[in-house]
Design a protein around this ligand. Structure first.
Ligand SMILES: NC(=O)c1ccc[n+]([C@@H]2O[C@H](COP(=O)([O-])OP(=O)(O)OC[C@H]3O[C@@H](n4cnc5c(N)ncnc54)[C@H](OP(=O)(O)O)[C@@H]3O)[C@@H](O)[C@H]2O)c1
Length: 303
C-alpha cells in the first residue's frame, strides 16, 4: 500500500514573528523567548512609551489597538507568524460585546495579513458553551479565528498562578482568602512565564488547520498548597480560608470590575469549583506541562 505524507516545508529563518500583549504577562514572556531564540520579532503596543524596551532589544515596534481594525491589519501585515491575546476590559459592563469586536478585528486582520501560523491564548473550559463566565470571551476568540481557515493553535491555558498575586499582600496578615473551594481541592494551574515560553515554542512549530494545546504547570495545586507556598516565601504561617459565595461581591469591590464582570467572575469561579470547567482529557488533544512550580511562582510574587 502506498502512503502519502504531507511535505514538510523548511522553516524560513527570516520569518517575522508578531507578538501582541507585550506589556502584559504572557506576551512579554513570548517575545523574550523569541528574541532569545534569535527570531525576527515585531511587537504590537498601543502606547508608544511601552515600545522603547523592545526596540532596545532589537524588536520592531508598531502601534495598534485591537479595537482599530485598520491599525491592527497594518501591524500584522508582512508578518509570518503571530502570538495573539485578546484582553478583557473588566471595568466595562460591555466587556463581552467588546471582546466580540476585538475577536472580529483580530480574525479579520489575521486573514488580511494571510499569516502562515497563529498561536492564540485561550483558556481551559473554552470547549463549553455555557456556565463558564469570562471564559466565554476566549470561546468567542476561538470561534472567529477558527473561521479564518488559517493554521491556528489555541492554547487552552489553566488557571494562572499569578491570579493569586492580589492576595499576597493580605496574606502577610496570616490568611489566604480563597474564592476557589474547597481549599484542599487541586486544579490545574500554570505560570504565565511557562505560557509565554510554550507559546513561543508552539509558534515555531509546523502544523495545519486548527489545533488545540492544553497547558498546565508541573503539578496540580489547591488553595491550601498556595497557602503553604506563601508560608514558605513569607516565613510566616498562612492559613487558607474559603470565602463563602455571599462574601464574593464585597471581596471584589475594590478590584475595579464592572457589575457584568463580577457576574462573569462568579459564574467562572463556580464552574472551576464544581469541576464544570476542566480539561477535556481526550487522547487526541495535545496536553503540555510547564516547568515553573507553584513555590517558584509564589516566591517571585512575594519578592
Ligand atoms: N487569568 C487566568 O487564569 C487566565 C487563564 C486562561 C486564559 N487567560 C487569558 O489570558 C489573557 C490575558 O493574557 P495576559 O495575562 O498575558 O495579559 P495581561 O498581562 O493582562 O496584559 C494585557 C495586555 O493586553 C494589552 N491590551 C489591553 N487592551 C488592549 C487593546 N484594546 N488593544 C491592544 N492591546 C491591549 C495590554 O497593553 P497595555 O499595557 O497597553 O494595557 C497588555 O499588554 C486573557 O485573554 C484571558 O482570558 C487568563
Amino acid at each position: 500500500m502506498q502512503t502519502f505524507r504531507e511535505k514538510k516545508k523548511p522553516i524560513d529563518k527570516n520569518e517575522l514573528y508578531v507578538v501582541t500583549g507585550v506589556s502584559g504577562r504572557t506576551g512579554s514572556a513570548a517575545a523574550h523567548a523569541l528574541l532569545k531564540a534569535g527570531k525576527r520579532v515585531r511587537v504590537v503596543v498601543r502606547d508608544d512609551s511601552k515600545g522603547g524596551l523592545w526596540a532596545s532589544q532589537g524588536a520592531e515596534v508598531v502601534l495598534a489597538d485591537f479595537t482599530d481594525l485598520l491599525a491592527l491589519s497594518s501591524a500584522l501585515s508582512g508578518g509570518d507568524r503571530a502570538y495573539i491575546i485578546s484582553p478583557p476590559q473588566y471595568d466595562s459592563n460591555d466587556l463581552f460585546e467588546q471582546s466580540e469586536v476585538m475577536a472580529h478585528n483580530i480574525a479579520e486582520a489575521v486573514a488580511n495579513a494571510q499569516l502562515k501560523k497563529v498561536v492564540a491564548l485561550s483558556s481551559i473550559g473554552a470547549d463549553k458553551s455555557d456556565g463558564t463566565g469570562w471564559i466565554a470571551m476566549n470561546r468567542t476568540l476561538e470561534k472567529f479565528l477558527g473561521q479564518t481557515g488559517l493554521p491556528v493553535t489555541f492554547l487552552r491555558a489553566a488557571y494562572f498562578m499569578e491570579n493569586w498575586s492580589p492576595l499576597v499582600q493580605a496574606a502577610t496578615h496570616g490568611e489566604l482568602r480563597s474564592f476557589l473551594a474547597p481549599v484542599e481541592q487541586k486544579l490545574p494551574m500554570i505560570s504565565t512565564k511557562d505560557i509565554g515560553r510554550m507559546a513561543a515554542a508552539a509558534l515555531c512549530e509546523d502544523w495545519y488547520k486548527v489545533r488545540i494545546i492544553e497547558l498546565e504547570g508541573p503539578a496540580r495545586y489547591s488553595p491550601k498548597d498556595v497557602a503553604n507556598s506563601l508560608t514558605q516565601a513569607l516565613e510566616k504561617i498562612v492559613v487558607p480560608i474559603a470565602l463563602s459565595e455571599s462574601a464574593w461581591p464585597e471581596a471584589l469591590s475594590n478590584a475595579g470590575f464592572s457589575t457584568v464582570a463580577v457576574n462573569g467572575f462568579v459564574e467562572m469561579t463556580q464552574g472551576l469549583n464544581s469541576g464544570h470547567i476542566s480539561f477535556i482529557n481526550d487522547a487526541g488533544i495535545d496536553h503540555r506541562t510547564g516547568i515553573v512550580s507553584l513555590d517558584t511562582a509564589i516566591a517571585t510574587m512575594v519578592a
